[in-house]
Write a protein that binds this ligand. Structure first.
Ligand code: IPE
Ligand code: IPE
Ligand code: MG
Length: 238
């Protein structure tokens, strides 16, 4: 039962299978993405109620720009619409919203929407909902390295003084703890460039469920599986 479970502090999700969900029903892929947004909204509410502190959802990768132009366009439209709904949901559920990824590539109205979401929810004290958009783990590390190099050049820090914690503070996830549990839907067994640095000791849970079908029951199942894991972080069983 959910009441007796240890709730992971940070749950990360690779939402996958929107296209397959739609195909199975003879619908266009965009319908899968639309239904996927509904599942995201519900998961934000469920995660907040379960007492998860951080939920990080992979919404659009740096590689997803390679998709057909009409699909990318439809995703951008959906994102515009969804940001407005998300603001309401965040306010109603005391949720703080943050975006990771390089937002500079988006249209200016989308960037404004992202900034507004972060600004208007920053005082909320419940769940921190992190959306990864135009996000790639390698790109995030590359951007962090550029910033560090600039700081070295400006004389703000010595190159040799760089620690792991200091490097982590240059990442988009600065101040966000590493994920404890990664959920990937639709059965793929890969990271697809998600949070490469942060996942060093994360527990993985893969389900065949397509993302639009994901719900509270599935989330609890993942947390139950997490509760059976023996985490070691390189040490031995205590
Ligand atoms: C995940 O579903 C959504 C995004 C990556 C934007 P997909 O669109 O990858 O769905 P499949 O993998 O083709 O089924
Ligand atoms: C990963 O899903 C990216 C997101 C969920 C945003 P993809 O469907 O793009 O990943 P691959 O191509 O199957 O690895
Ligand atoms: Mg996919």
């Amino acid at each position: 039962m959910a009441e007796n479970l240890v709730i992971p502090r940070h749950v990360a999700i690779i939402l996958d299978g929107n296209g397959r969900w739609a195909k199975k029903r003879g619908l266009p892929r965009t319908m899968g993405h639309k239904q996927g947004c509904v599942a995201v909204e519900k998961t934000v509410e469920d995660a907040a109620r379960l007492g998860i502190e951080y939920l990080t959802v992979y919404g659009f990768s740096t590689e997803n720009w390679k998709r057909p132009e009409d699909e990318v366009g439809a995703l951008m439209q959906l994102f515009r619409y969804y940001m407005v709904r998300l603001l309401k949901i965040a306010k109603a559920n005391n949720v703080r919203v943050r975006m990771i990824g390089d937002r500079r590539r988006f249209a200016s109205d989308i960037i404004e929407g992202i900034n507004r979401l972060e600004e208007e929810t920053k005082e909320n004290t419940g769940l921190t909902f992190v959306i990864a958009v135009n996000y790639g783990g390698r790109d995030e590390i590359r951007r962090a390295a550029i910033q560090f190099a600039k700081d070295v050049k400006a004389g703000l820090v010595e190159a040799e003084a760089l620690t792991e914690d200091m490097f982590a503070s240059y990442l988009d996830t600065a101040e966000i703890p590493d994920p404890d549990l990664l959920i990937r839907t639709s059965g793929e067994l890969r990271l697809s460039n998600y949070m490469l640095w942060q996942m060093a000791y994360c527990e993985f849970y893969i389900t065949d469920c397509y993302w639009p079908d994901f719900n509270k029951e599935e989330l609890v199942k993942a947390i139950e599986a997490y509760n059976k894991r023996e985490r070691r972080f390189g040490g031995v069983k205590k």
